[in-house]
Design a protein around this ligand. Structure first.
Ligand SMILES: [Zn+2]
Length: 77
């Protein structure tokens, strides 16, 4: 008898990051770490441009997904 382990919940809990190296900043093309959902769609920004536009976008953003904290880990090596 085969035992199936449901890892769906665990995978979601252990992988909170949704952005990948394929996601690029709309402003400069660098890897995106911030995803902003607005009425017209989604905007992707690197950490630099995310902060730069944060004040303006905060007024219209429906959700703000920020993975820029990954940079602290990613740049260590
Ligand atoms: Zn950028």
């Amino acid at each position: 008898m085969t035992q199936y382990t449901d890892t769906t919940g665990a995978a979601e809990a252990e992988a909170p990051y949704e952005l990948t190296a394929l996601d690029r900043c709309d402003a400069c093309g660098a890897q995106a770490y911030i995803r902003v959902t607005v009425a017209s769609g989604e905007l992707l920004f690197c950490a630099h441009h995310g902060r730069k536009h944060q004040e303006k976008l905060a007024e219209i953003a429906q959700s703000w997904h920020d993975e820029s904290s990954r940079l602290l880990v990613d740049t260590r090596d």
